[in-house]
Design a protein around this ligand. Structure first.
Ligand code: AHR
Length: 521
């Protein structure tokens, strides 16, 4: 090729960003020619704990229920979860995990012992939903189980026996017990949490004490047959960087033992403004909306700082950061059991979901899984149920809209965003991420956090030629709109027509308080 030819091609490739430079509005450059890693589908994981109506009533109806079910599991809930491509479910807790003794939840249901759920409302847990039921749920949805073992009140023997019960096909008492309980073939279980919040409800341990326990437990959780466990360490409090340092130091170790046994490190972060006064899920002011979004943006800082520590010990990024609890936490709905953590879900929650998913995408080199808390009827849920009724929340629709990013190649972006200001405080008005799927389609997701002002965006896609754009939008008439039983949906996904493509430049008008995903090809 001649020098002139090379110059022309170079100029054409750079044209979109040159055109952008002329504008003062929000600008975005998507580096379509420089993919940077894969957005793991496990970022779209869920968390389902024995808490309130998260399992009982939410997932489990029971075989004799009039609610349509398959082996006791609600058909409507399974269908809804399949439709958003749920990739993984973490179970049985949470705090519940560290007082759960798995043998209570196997065998004939009538013979299973009843226990008190001391963490969540002191209610009776009859163990009718146990290991077989959970694995059945995952098989019906087509997702990976993420089992969190009991380190707080359990033993190494108990946890390693659970792994054997689930995954071994050898001649041993646990395999025989599983077969006696009706499951001939072992299951495949990849993700395994070695305790939950071990700094608190998982045993009030120090980082040093837990690091030793982690090594001991992890060593005895074995791989059987072709099953390979991806063991996940408990993390500390969200800003406990010393905890991360301690575990990573242990992982790196002089002997290197733990390197062979540990694959993930957990981070939990809830979006709460004030733990003593969390506020209502649906009755809130613009200042509350702003405070919630400002708070949730802290996820970026937390991931960056924990990742920096992990990079020191693990520059090759062999250990994944697993954000296995995240989401909003408000006051419970009036009149409901305070121990059940049942809250409504508004457009504000949809915005929180979009912002966090964008952050996880950006850090997909380190963040290998995330599990929103929680899947049904608890905290920032996808689904709410009332007897046989079901509501799909605004957060559900974000997961549906964003499912196009699952296992897609992350496309780095440069965003110049206008500010969204409330009083004297400001945050960026826009939150963005982009990816290219296996069929070559580019998806750009953009959230306009400003609840009252539309935003115009000019977007250049570098290193590619595109000719078509289509899109979908989630928005509503008010910032606190939500979906409720017996009413038409106030928030869902609609076709979006506010994007135009000309000379390789996308111009988008984002309505106030909206989340849009564009497909360009
Ligand atoms: O999701 C509710 C609780 O929050 C979980 O049980 C616990 O791990 C966390 O503190």
């Amino acid at each position: 090729m001649t020098r002139k030819g090379i110059l022309i091609i170079f100029a054409l490739l750079c044209l979109p960003s040159v055109l952008l430079a002329q504008s003062a509005m929000n600008t975005l450059v998507v580096h379509a020619d420089a993919p940077k890693g894969t957005i793991s589908k496990y970022i779209y994981g869920q968390f389902a704990e024995h808490l309130g109506r998260g399992i009982y009533g939410g997932v489990w109806a029971g075989e004799n229920s009039s609610i349509p079910n398959t082996r006791g599991i609600r058909n409507d809930v399974v269908a809804a979860l399949k439709s958003i491509k749920v990739s993984a479910i973490r179970w049985p807790g949470g705090c519940f995990a560290d007082e759960y003794h798995w043998k209570d939840g196997i065998g004939p249901r009538a013979d299973r012992p009843k226990i008190i759920n001391t963490n969540w409302g002191g209610v009776t847990e009859d163990n009718s939903f146990g290991t077989h039921e959970f694995m059945d749920l995952c098989e019906q949805i087509g997702c990976e189980p993420v089992i969190c073992g009991n380190i707080g009140s359990g033993t190494v023997k108990e946890m390693s026996a659970w792994v054997q019960y689930l995954t071994s096909d050898g001649d041993n008492p646990m395999t025989q017990l599983r077969k006696k309980n009706g499951r001939e073939k072992p299951w495949k279980v990849k993700f395994w949490g070695v305790g939950n919040e071990t700094w608190g409800c998982g045993g009030i341990m120090s980082a040093d004490f837990y690091a030793n326990e982690l090594a001991r437990y992890s060593f005895f959780l074995k791989n059987y047959g072709g099953n390979a466990l991806y063991k996940i360490s408990s993390g500390g409090l969200p800003e406990d960087y010393n905890w991360t340092e301690t575990i990573m130091k242990k992982w790196k170790g002089a002997d290197g033992w733990l390197q062979g046994f540990l694959s993930g490190y957990s981070l939990h972060f809830y979006t709460v403004n004030d733990w003593s006064k969390k506020g209502s899920a649906t009755h809130f002011s613009e200042s509350d909306w702003f405070a919630t979004l400002s708070k949730t943006l802290q996820m970026e800082e937390l991931i960056t700082k924990h990742s920096a520590i992990m990079d020191k010990y693990d520059p090759q990024k062999r250990i994944g950061l697993i954000v296995d609890e995240w989401g909003t936490w408000y006051d419970v709905e009036p009149g409901t059991n305070p121990g059940f953590l049942y809250q409504q879900n508004s457009l504000r929650d949809a915005m929180v979901a979009a912002v966090n998913l964008n952050i996880f995408h950006k850090h997909c080199d380190r963040v290998k899984m995330a599990n929103i808390a929680q899947m049904v009827n608890v905290l920032q849920a996808m689904i709410l149920t009332r007897e046989s009724e079901i509501v799909l929340t605004p957060t559900y629709y974000v997961f549906k809209m964003y499912s196009v990013h699952q296992d897609a190649a992350l496309l780095p972006v440069d965003l110049q965003s206008e500010s969204y200001t409330n009083g004297t405080d400001s945050i960026p008005a826009l939150s963005v991420s982009a990816s290219r799927d296996k069929e070559g389609r580019i998806h750009v997701s953009i959230a306009n956090l400003d609840p009252t002002k539309a935003q115009n965006l000019r977007c250049a896609l570098e290193g590619t030629t595109v000719s078509r754009v289509s899109g979908e939008i989630i928005t509503a008439a008010t910032m606190n709109a939500y979906n409720d039983f017996g009413k038409p949906e106030a928030v869902n996904m609609q076709p979006f027509t506010g994007a135009q493509l000309r000379d390789g430049i996308l111009t988008v008008t984002l309505p106030a308080r909206s989340i849009v995903t564009l497909e360009v090809n």
